[in-house]
Design a protein around this ligand. Structure first.
Ligand SMILES: Cc1cc2nc3c(=O)[nH]c(=O)nc-3n(C[C@H](O)[C@H](O)[C@H](O)COP(=O)(O)OP(=O)(O)OC[C@H]3O[C@@H](n4cnc5c(N)ncnc54)[C@H](O)[C@@H]3O)c2cc1C
Length: 463
């Protein structure tokens, strides 16, 4: 395994990565991007074990309800790059099982890759979402044939791919890009049915980074986003050669969706777990600011916080149901329940704006206008700000100002905007989550129950 310092050094590998118009020499030393590298490096140090075959505890495949719960709790405490690496490995192993019958050699290749990746202790990011062009048209019908990643050349020793994958979390900070089709493909879309592992520093890979990291001299005014951020990468494959041993699927449209479907479950479980914590934190902020404002006993404030608590508890209950109802596969791995994972993720995404609306409604305008920490330190203004930001003797103005900064940073500034969109889009948009929920809901059972209730069971369709 690698230590944090070895990980930092490994990133200086000639990768072509850009940030705000300039080429980045080394992501590990760039003043903004290094913040993400440092949190990933801390993950390396935390899980480091000596020995050639050592594998970090975060990689453990859960085999029971208790182990799945432990793994979910552990992943709540790791940085995003460590988490997506785990989700990628689980995706690959799940996909290997699912393609085994039809493509045994490809399944063997995937398993060999996973072993090697674990031995090298590399970090893997997930490249699924294509540029997609006109959304109403299929990949093969686009004006620009590169709107979806595709194979442009086949050689005896590998393939050349072209296209772009957008919004890829931490792409520039990992070592490998797990590049898989974004959706099902049809006959005639063989070139788009490509799944492969691409090193970040492969010639032709270019990554453009974006981030919500605050551009402000004093990050004390951004107590959350100033300490931790994960840039998204706009990943371009400008004719990238991939050797055969890294190609997991090529030219088999009927299996193209297997990889994205295998990923969806792990990704949404991770999303659901972080929503459960995020929702509880929003309740916490609402209660803290209502207490600081002196309104914690006021009826409409209590009602709003009660509604927030109900939402937060429902999200946690669906996480708990997803874990408790996990399915154990034939090789002993515990898979979270698909229905509870998806409905929880959907409910969390759909109701996030209500949670934030209540918090802003309760908190007041200082969410946006609380003076900065530097103004609090200014000898001319500091004592006056403290006086007027305080609400009574036991509510200090500095404390209340800091609370407002945390609320603004989390919900109403760059990170807040990022969270609002990400909750809805990450792991597929709301529509995609509704489709998957519907797929797993037992509609026939519901119809039978309705007919029984109406004393019309004779109309029930029996299998
Ligand atoms: C912060 C962030 C991090 C992310 N991280 C990753 C990552 O690590 N890896 C990754 O691969 N992706 C990642 N994503 C991408 C995410 O999965 C996509 O944003 C999401 O799947 C939606 O795709 P899109 O952005 O292209 O929007 P669109 O597909 O354009 O969707 C916009 C709307 O159009 C609707 N729509 C689109 N096509 C159709 C159609 N044919 N018929 C009907 N309705 C349609 C959608 O339902 C949605 O309502 C991330 C996104 C964000 C915001």
């Amino acid at each position: 395994m690698m230590t944090g310092d070895q990980y930092r050094a490994s990133l200086d590998d000639g990768r072509e990565t850009y940030f705000e118009g300039r080429r980045v020499d080394n992501v590990a030393t760039d003043p903004i991007l290094k913040i993400t590298v440092d949190s990933a490096a801390a993950g390396y140090d935390r899980f480091y074990k000596p020995g050639d075959d050592a594998v970090g505890d975060f990689m453990a495949v859960p085999g029971s309800v208790a182990e799945l719960r432990e793994q979910v709790e552990l992943h709540e405490t790791v940085d995003l790059l460590t988490h997506v690496t785990y989700a990628s490995i689980m995706t690959l192993l799940t996909a290997a099982d699912r393609i085994e019958a039809q493509l045994p050699d490809n399944a063997a290749r995937i398993r060999a890759y996973v072993k090697d990746a674990q031995r090298r202790d590399v970090r893997i990011t997930q490249c699924i979402t294509d540029a997609k062009g006109d959304r109403s048209r299929k990949p093969s019908q686009q004006d620009d044939p590169d709107a979806y990643v595709r194979v442009v050349e086949r050689r005896t020793d590998g393939v050349v791919i072209r296209g772009a994958k957008l919004h890829i979390s931490a792409a520039s900070m990992g070592h490998e890009l797990m590049t898989i089709p974004t959706k099902a493909m049809r006959a005639g879309e063989e070139d788009y049915s490509i799944a492969a592992m691409v090193p970040v520093n492969a010639p032709g890979v270019k990554i453009v980074n974006t981030t919500y990291y605050p551009r402000h001299e004093d990050v004390r005014d951004f107590p959350v986003s100033g300490r931790q951020h994960t840039p998204e990468g706009f990943v371009i494959f400008d004719d990238v050669f991939v050797p055969n041993e890294r190609v997991f699927l090529d030219g088999v449209p009927e299996l193209a969706a297997v990889f994205a479907h295998s990923l969806g479950l792990w990704e949404r479980l991770g999303g659901l777990a972080s929503m459960a914590s995020g929702y509880d934190r929003l309740v916490g902020f609402a209660q803290l600011i209502s207490e600081a404002n002196g309104l914690e006993r006021t009826a409409h404030v209590r009602e709003k916080i009660s509604e927030m608590m109900i939402n937060a508890s429902l999200i946690r209950a669906s996480l708990e149901a997803a874990i408790s109802n996990c399915k154990i596969t034939s090789d002993g791995a515990a898979f979270p329940d698909e229905l509870y994972t998806n409905v929880g993720k959907y409910h969390g995404a759909a109701n996030y704006s209500t949670m934030v609306r209540h918090l802003h409604d309760i908190a007041g305008g200082s969410v946006l206008t609380a003076p900065s920490m530097a103004d609090l330190e200014n000898t001319e203004t500091g004592h006056l700000i403290r006086k007027y930001m305080g609400t009574r003797q036991d509510v200090d103005g500095v404390y209340r100002t800091k609370l407002f900064h945390a609320i603004r940073d989390t919900t109403a500034d760059a990170l807040g905007g990022w969270s609002a969109v990400t909750n809805i889009q990450a792991g597929g948009g709301l529509y995609a989550q509704r489709i998957v929920s519907r797929m797993h809901y037992d509609l026939e059972r519901a119809k039978r129950m309705a007919l029984e209730h109406a004393h019309m069971s004779e109309y029930a369709v029996t299998d």
